[in-house]
Write a protein that binds this ligand. Structure first.
Ligand code: FAD
Ligand code: GLY
Length: 364
């Protein structure tokens, strides 16, 4: 039987599981409680692009964080796949940031001239070379900024793999067990009370419950500004597209098994993770404007997830103010899959060593 865990993590999305993995790897005893299924919320709904959503990637520290996390991926994926036997469907499909208006074309040309780096350098392509790369693109596309090395994977499988690998290192992961309250002693939290009525003591507690982190923090008297931002997404049965296409109103991601994901809406509608006819229609319009052949493609399924939003689109990672032994990791908004490894690494160092850690680019 496990003794009281050094660290109790609330939330079994990609962030909670990444934290569990890096803590267990560092030798900590870890228990993770998930109210539903692992990756049952946004982490299973995501498109799995490992590309910073460009509209939020404005500040230099945020860009550095994204890059540091991207760089952890190749070795982390190799390690997790080897250890768990799961195929994470990691693909270096490359990325085309597609210009559909003159304004966007000018912006992207300037970005290419300025040498903005994502995984590699962006190069402006148009005409024959662009159609050679992506034959299915609409004639109305003016050009694109091209980055050949950008990757994506299956975020649900990544979450499962992180959980399994944490389990191999002694972490206990419990599904269907929600935290409903905290046991407190002054400014410390001594444990949690679960939906089963059980009390679990812990030395330190991490709140990684996506947009639900706000409800949990409130029970401790702290307001955390995360809110659910719905994303609807659909899967075509289509192999028409080779690259991640990031257009002006949405994106397309070619996935394993002959699927093509078309995402995503960005809606501030509270805790309502459901699809709507209007949402699906707008995704179809955006997709067909980039790739006309999709007008005739079959939609295999559609779903929605609740991104953990934050005031500036950037994550909130660190100690919970006013509490000695409580930490939070939420607000990853559109980049939680990309940022999971670096978040796990930073949190493990912060929790175990009390330091925020540098953005070292070492193995996963
Ligand atoms: P979640 O996945 O929401 O996990 C939190 C978990 O906490 C949930 O499983 C929940 O059940 C659990 N929980 C809540 N309350 C409790 C409680 N009281 N007790 C126990 N457990 C609790 N990001 C990218 O990097 N790339 C992408 O391509 C991408 N595409 C996306 C597309 C869509 C349509 C959406 C919706 C999101 C996308 N994202 C993407 C964003 C990414 O999915 C999120 O940032 C990320 O999944 C957040 O992970 P999380 O672990 O913080 O939250
Ligand atoms: N990062 C893609 C999305 O949030 O839709």
């Amino acid at each position: 039987m496990q003794r009281n865990p050094d660290v109790l993590i609330v939330g079994g999305g990609v962030i909670g599981c990444a934290i569990a993995y890096y803590l267990a790897k560092a030798g900590a005893s870890v228990t993770l409680l998930e109210g539903g299924e692992l990756a049952g919320q946004a982490s299973g709904a995501a498109a799995g692009m490992l590309v910073p959503s460009l509209e939020e990637a404005s500040s230099a520290p945020f860009r550095d964080l994204c890059r540091a996390s991207q760089e952890l991926y190749p070795s982390l994926v190799e390690l997790l796949q080897e250890e768990t036997g799961l195929d994470l469907q990691y693909r270096a499909s490359g990325l085309l940031l597609v210009a559909q208006t003159e304004g966007r074309a000018e912006e992207l040309r300037a970005v290419c001239r300025g040498g903005l780096e994502l995984g590699g350098r962006l190069e402006w392509v148009e005409g024959g070379p662009l159609r050679g790369l992506e034959p299915a693109l609409s004639d109305t596309v003016l050009g694109a900024a091209y980055s050949p090395a950008e990757c994506h994977l299956n975020p649900g499988l990544l979450t499962q793999a992180l959980a399994r690998a944490a389990g191999h290192r002694g972490a206990v992961l419990r599904r269907g067990t929600a935290v409903v309250d905290f046991l407190t002693a002054g400014s410390r939290v001594s444990g949690v009370r679960t939906s089963d009525g059980e009390r679990i003591a812990a030395d330190r507690v991490v709140l990684a419950a996506g947009p639900w982190t706000r409800h949990l923090a409130r029970r401790l008297g702290v307001d955390i500004a995360t809110r659910p931002i719905r994303g609807q997404i659909l899967a075509y049965r289509s192999t028409a597209v080779r690259h991640i296409l990031w257009g002006e109103g949405g994106y397309l991601v070619p996935k394993a098994g002959g699927f093509l994901f078309a995402g995503a809406t960005v809606e501030d509608v509270g805790f309502r993770p459901r699809t709507t006819r209007r949402g699906e229609a707008s995704l179809r319009r955006t997709a067909a404007a980039m790739v006309p052949a999709l007008r005739r493609a079959e939609v295999a399924s559609a779903w929605a997830g609740l991104r953990p939003g934050s005031p500036d689109g950037q994550p909130m990672i660190g100690a919970l103010p006013g509490k000695e032994n409580v930490f939070i990791a939420t607000g990853h908004f559109r980049n939680g899959v990309l940022l999971a490894p670096i978040t796990g690494k930073i949190m493990a160092r912060l929790i175990l060593e009390g330091v925020e850690g540098s953005l070292e680019r070492s193995e996963g």
